[in-house]
Design a protein around this ligand. Structure first.
Ligand code: SF4
Length: 357
């Protein structure tokens, strides 16, 4: 069913006016809510097709690729949806500076356009004032000449200054929902405004920001519509959605993962609203098997590429396809090739960041 709606290519005889309506770029909360609620196969097919067309008009057959480096799985927080929450008695790791640089180099050599340095809110990094992370960012920028995204969680302004000065291009920090009540249930004990303000400050400092939402955690369509609109209001350059995956040992362990159509619709609506945004097809939800549907929904970027047998993990699907070599540029490129698409070169990505607003 999803396959047909997403990949279908039969628009003959469709009402052109409907297609143009989907291209109008401004949607009210009510319109977004209705689109999210719709299960009309024809409308959904048009939605995905329009999203793909918009992406192709902006960047042709190029798709960007990010290397994922989850370098410490220690965390001081207890988010209810997360495997790495502090109270979960799991085995954890904290990689050394040299290990982080080595995996970054391997990812760059394999053809990624950016290194995404992600961490749990590890107290060890807070204790060293993020000197280590700033040094790693600087070295990747200077020695490997590659854009860097940092995902350090909520940090003070002086830390954001330090990371911006080190050359970090992106600061990723996801609210997951913009419904404050739901936020409080998901990110237990954390402050909604503090999180939002950290992001806004990073933008003020000249960094690009990434905002994200989690699908299937008790939100209503209206909440998603709010998130979609807020992402634009705060000027996020990259916007992501991931489906919730139940995590062993977490309080939400027995909650169900949502139907993927929800995530795909959100990707398509993001593309309609924000034609030039970076919108990930994350391999961290359904592995490499989920790539095609997400790209066909309008994503323009592959995230969560991890070299096999590196000892580094994913977040939502921490091991899926990793050691088997499924989450590599090579595997992704082969799938894109069948779709008439290709991985962009680093210079093309940089030009996109600079010139396509
Ligand atoms: S989502 Fe991030 S901040 Fe929350 S518990 Fe997991 S690693 Fe920590």
């Amino acid at each position: 069913m999803i396959e047909e709606q997403i990949n279908g290519n039969q628009t003959e005889g469709k009402d052109v006016k409907d297609m143009q309506d989907l291209r109008k770029r401004t949607f009210s909360r009510q319109e977004l809510t209705e689109l999210l609620r719709s299960d009309d196969p024809q409308l959904l097919q048009e939605l995905f097709e329009t999203a793909r067309k918009i992406r192709d008009e902006v960047q042709g057959n190029k798709i960007f690729a990010y290397g994922f480096v989850y370098f410490t799985t220690y965390c001081r927080n207890n988010c209810n949806f997360c495997y790495y929450r502090k109270s979960n008695g799991i085995e954890r790791y904290r990689k050394s500076e040299e290990e982080i640089l080595a995996i970054s180099k391997a990812l760059i050599d394999s053809g990624v356009d950016l290194i995404d340095l992600t961490m749990g809110e590890d107290p060890a990094y807070h204790n060293d004032g993020f000197e280590t992370l700033a040094r790693i960012v600087r070295r990747i920028k200077e020695e490997y000449d590659t854009p860097v995204m940092v995902s350090p969680g909520v940090v003070d302004r002086e830390i954001i200054d330090k990371l911006a000065d080190a050359g970090a291009d992106f600061y990723a920090l996801y609210q997951e929902t913009h419904n404050r009540e739901l936020f409080a249930k998901l990110r237990v004990g954390q402050d909604y405004d503090e999180r939002m303000n950290a992001k806004l400050y990073a933008k003020e400092k000249g960094m690009f920001i990434e905002e994200g939402l989690l699908a299937g955690v008790g939100e209503k369509e209206e909440d998603i519509a709010d998130s979609l609109l807020i992402m634009g209001e705060i000027g996020a350059r990259q916007v992501r959605v991931m489906s919730f995956i139940p995590q062993e040992g977490s309080p939400m362990e027995n909650c169900r993962t949502p139907d993927r159509l929800e995530e795909l619709k959100i990707i398509a609506l993001m593309r309609l609203l924000y034609p030039t945004a970076l919108i990930p097809a994350s391999l961290d939800v359904d592995g490499i098997g989920g790539l095609k549907d997400r790209i066909n929904a309008g994503a323009n970027l592959i995230t969560s590429i991890i070299p096999p047998k590196s000892g580094f993990m994913g977040v939502a699907q921490n091991t899926m396809d990793v050691d088997e070599g499924g989450r590599t540029v090579k595997e992704a490129a082969a799938i894109l090739d069948e779709m008439g698409l290709r991985i962009a070169a680093k210079d093309e990505y940089r030009r996109f960041l600079r010139e396509v607003k």
